[in-house]
Design a protein around this ligand. Structure first.
Ligand code: ATP
Length: 218
């Protein structure tokens, strides 16, 4: 079987072509954003450019199904950091959809909402390539793929879905590698290491002002 990455890269050229008959080309980047970092912003800006998307919604999860809720920072803080990081970037917009819905944040439900709220929009669900293998474990992956094109940005730890139903349908893009994760940011803060250039300056200030990730501990 030809690898998913090869097939999709070749195919991605056709995906960038704008079809005047369709509506808005909308990107969706969901995540825990605990905290949001420059890797998220760079991923979104790169995908927007490569696929000629009109805008991308950043949707922080209320309660992500794959993470322990008692280990996640309060949604109020994660939301505010997303807002701060995206200030002045008109094409990247924060959305409270999952936070306001509350409960476990299933991507398929979010996409259904967006489909009914944005009639005729072409939805593009953006994930990091490290998440590709996990897609088959998400709630209703078939439903996700029926509503949205799933687009994977490059990560050093890339995956190719081993589930044939999904592998061929994921579009892999050559986005720039910027290997930062929220886990690294949290660890660095706990170790009193600098996070400059890993997160936007406004996010760094917010973290310090609110004593997040152990920065308030004496
Ligand atoms: P954590 O380290 O806490 O698991 P994370 O940095 O992976 O968090 P998430 O909020 O879980 O951040 O990620 C949201 C999406 O962004 C995921 O699809 C993830 O693969 C992608 N992503 C995260 N960091 C990067 C990065 N540096 N480059 C490209 N994609 C990324």
């Amino acid at each position: 079987m030809m690898s998913c990455a090869l097939k999709c890269r070749a195919g991605s050229r056709t995906w960038t072509r704008r079809n005047p008959a369709v509506g808005e080309r909308l990107g969706v980047l969901g995540g825990t954003f605990d905290p949001i970092h420059c890797g998220h912003v760079l991923l979104a800006l790169s995908v927007r450019e490569l696929l000629d998307l009109d805008r991308i919604l950043f949707i922080p999860a209320a309660d992500p199904p794959h993470k322990r809720s008692d280990e996640i920072t309060d949604a109020i803080h994660r939301w505010r950091m997303v807002e701060l990081a995206l200030e002045g970037l008109d094409v990247l917009q924060p959305s409270r959809l999952e936070i306001d819905r509350g409960g476990t944040s299933y991507t398929v439900e979010t996409l259904r909402h967006l489909r009914s709220d944005h009639d005729g929009a072409e939805l593009h669900l953006i994930i990091g390539a490290d998440n590709v293998c996990d897609l088959s474990t998400w709630h209703d992956p078939e439903g996700i793929l029926q509503i949205a094109r799933v687009v994977a940005g490059a990560r050093r730890q890339s995956g190719v879905s081993d589930d044939d139903r999904f592998a061929d349908r994921i579009i892999h893009l050559d986005t720039p590698l910027f290997e930062v994760s929220s886990t690294t940011v949290r660890q660095r803060l706990r170790n009193h290491q600098p996070i400059r250039y890993l997160v936007p300056p406004s996010v760094e200030s917010y973290i310090l002002d609110n004593g997040l990730y152990g920065t308030g501990d004496s």
